[in-house]
Structure formats: structure tokens, C-alpha cells
Design a protein around this ligand. Structure first.
Ligand code: G3P
Ligand code: CA
Length: 334
């Protein structure tokens, strides 16, 4: 079975049409049909292309990802761009282009200079090369805007949009949540109803930010709470998950939390919460089989609803393996 056919037949589980009608499709499988599982490309297909860039997103679509995951940040002139770090120097040539713009923040105990995203305008950020750090063949790849990222996935995959550090933006007087929702509203208005294969989910480590979206801003968009490996706030207990359920449709836990306690998935499912752990990864020169087996284990033994992975092609292989196992004739039918 070709990847495209497989992708169509195992349709995305979290289809939320752009009407924002908050319609989450239910699964109706015959007992013998394989369950649907969602493949989410973390920062795009970031094992093979520079993270959070259009080439990484395009590759993720081509590899069969159902969703792209990416991180939203805000520039000095309040524009939304896609970048993981709050500083520009790891993934761009900012030090070379703007040597005098690095600074030591008051809160930075290490005394090291950083080039903070919120010190730069969108026009300045667009001058940066966000591809060469990963490979010479990606030279001159730019930091994408949120709008460019929404556009490129239109009708091709869903968006798992992470609000990065919303509490820090809030402390700086920037209302990241309103900026993101306003842009999504504009995107919704300019997207034809026929392009419904663009479901949208917002996720964050900040429960405050998600609660604001759900309660204060009254957005019907589906939300996922991200949780860290140590889960200090205790979200991954029965009581914690019940609280999460009051403002989210799912959780994106660190995969180690589920290894430590796979019951979390059962408890979440009892509440109707979906579970999409992060981050499954391997470097390209390594044998992919251990990663494929690990994702298979999380999806079909632990029964997670999806995986967030740097290697969406390997996740597709894990899902393909499930099809061949689950659709094989049982011994009694020989
Ligand atoms: O989607 C999960 C993951 O993106 C959260 O961690 O640091 O990669 O944004 P990080
Ligand atoms: Ca992220």
C-alpha cells in the first residue's frame, strides 16, 4: 500500500474544521479495523531539514505527517514568527549580521550575550539565514512567519501550534494569545470551506495561557496541555487530568512520563482526553528500527493517540507495521 493511500485510509483523528465549530470527529471502526493514530511532525520533519522552516514543513507533508508542530514567538513589532528558542543565535546567523545587538539580560546569571527575538523587528529577522546551521543545501532559508506557515499547510496537514513562553510575553506586556487568535480568525476567513483538512490545535506548557484562551477569550479551538518529564504540577494524576479536562481536549506529555506510568493514558482516555507524547527522534545516520519499534510500542501497546516526532517517515512505518499486523488473517481463518 502506498504512503498516500495509507494516509488517506488512516484519516486524521483530530479533524477540527476551520469553521472553528469545535467538531472533533469521533472514531467509528469495525472491530477488525486498525485504530487511527496521528503522526505529528515536530518542528516539521526536523531530523532531515532545519527545524521550524518551510522546507521542514514541506518534507513533513511529503512523508505523510498528519500534523506539523511548531513554536510561535512574537517580534519587537508584534509580528508572529516560528522559532523554538527565544534567542536567535542557535539557528540563525544573527551574530554575524547584527554583532552589536547581542546583550546580557538582567535575568541571565551566566553573563553570556544573547540575541533576543523580541529585540528584532520582522524585517530584521527576515534577513537572517535559518538554514545554513543545519546544512549548506538549506542556505538562505528564512525564519517563517505564522501566516506563511498557515498558508503552506492549507489543505495538506493540520497545525499543532505551540505558544512558546506565553507567560514571559505576558510579563513583557505582549498579549500573545490575542495575537494568535486574531491571525487564526483572519486565516479562517480566507480559507475556503473545501479545505477542511487543516485542523488546528493550540498547545502550551502554560495552563494559565490555555485557560485564558478557553475562558477569557472564549475560543472554541481545541487545546492540549504540554507536560514536562518531571510533571512538577502533578497534571498526570487522576485529579490533575480531571482539571486538564475542564479546558483541554488532550495532553502532550513527555514520553518518559508514560514509560514511568502507562496508566496515565488509561486515565486520560477515561476522561475523553487524547494523548500525544513527545518527542520521538533519531539522527538520520542511525538505524531507524529502534525508533520505529518505540513508536509502535507507544501507539499500540500503551495506546497513545499519536506521536510527536522529528522523523515522521519512521512513524508512518510504525503505523504501516500495525496495519500489516492487525489486518493479517488470524490462524483460525487459514
Ligand atoms: O510538541 C512537544 C514539544 O514541541 C515540546 O517541546 O521544546 O520541542 O517545544 P519543545
Ligand atoms: Ca514545540
Amino acid at each position: 500500500m502506498g504512503l498516500a493511500i495509507l494516509k488517506r485510509s488512516l484519516h486524521i483523528a483530530l479533524a477540527v474544521p476551520l469553521t472553528f465549530s469545535f467538531l472533533v470527529t469521533a472514531h467509528h471502526h469495525s472491530p477488525s479495523a486498525p485504530p487511527t493514530k496521528t503522526i505529528i511532525a515536530h518542528r516539521g520533519a526536523s531530523a532531515y531539514a532545519p527545524e521550524n522552516t518551510l522546507p521542514a514543513f514541506r518534507l513533513a507533508f511529503d512523508m505523510g505527517a498528519d500534523f506539523i508542530e511548531y513554536d510561535v514567538q512574537v517580534t519587537k513589532d508584534k509580528q508572529l514568527v516560528i522559532l523554538h528558542d527565544q534567542t536567535l543565535e542557535r539557528t540563525t546567523n544573527v551574530e554575524e549580521l547584527f554583532p552589536a545587538r547581542g546583550r546580557i539580560a538582567d535575568s541571565n546569571k551566566s553573563g553570556k550575550k544573547h540575541w533576543y527575538i523580541y529585540d528584532f523587528t520582522l524585517a530584521e529577522i527576515k534577513k537572517l539565514d535559518a538554514g545554513s546551521w543545519f546544512g549548506a543545501n538549506f542556505k538562505n532559508t528564512t525564519v517563517p512567519t505564522f501566516q506563511e506557515t498557515l498558508d503552506i499547510a492549507r489543505g495538506r496537514a493540520g497545525h499543532l501550534i505551540e505558544l512558546k513562553a506565553p507567560d514571559e510575553y505576558s510579563a513583557r506586556g505582549v498579549d500573545m494569545e490575542r495575537l494568535v487568535l486574531a491571525q487564526l480568525e483572519r486565516f479562517n476567513k480566507t480559507t475556503s470551506k473545501s479545505q477542511t483538512r487543516t485542523p488546528i490545535i493550540i498547545q502550551s506548557f502554560s495552563a494559565r495561557s490555555l485557560q485564558k484562551i478557553a475562558t477569557e477569550l472564549k475560543s472554541p479551538l481545541p487545546l492540549h496541555l504540554l507536560t514536562t518529564a518531571d510533571d512538577k504540577p502533578g497534571w498526570l494524576t487522576r485529579e490533575g487530568l480531571a482539571k486538564v479536562k475542564s479546558f483541554c481536549i488532550g495532553i502532550s506529555p513527555h514520553k518518559e512520563s508514560l514509560t514511568k506510568n502507562p496508566d496515565v493514558i488509561t486515565w486520560a482516555h477515561e476522561l475523553g482526553l487524547r494523548v500525544t507524547p513527545y518527542t520521538f527522534t533519531t539522527i538520520t545516520s542511525q538505524d531507524a528500527q529502534p525508533l520505529r519499534d518505540q513508536m509502535f510500542h507507544f501507539l499500540y501497546t500503551f495506546k497513545a493517540d499519536g506521536v510527536i516526532t522529528d522523523n515522521p517517515d519512521v512513524a508512518v512505518e510504525a503505523r504501516t507495521k500495525s496495519v500489516s499486523l492487525l489486518s493479517a488473517p488470524s490462524p483460525s481463518s487459514y
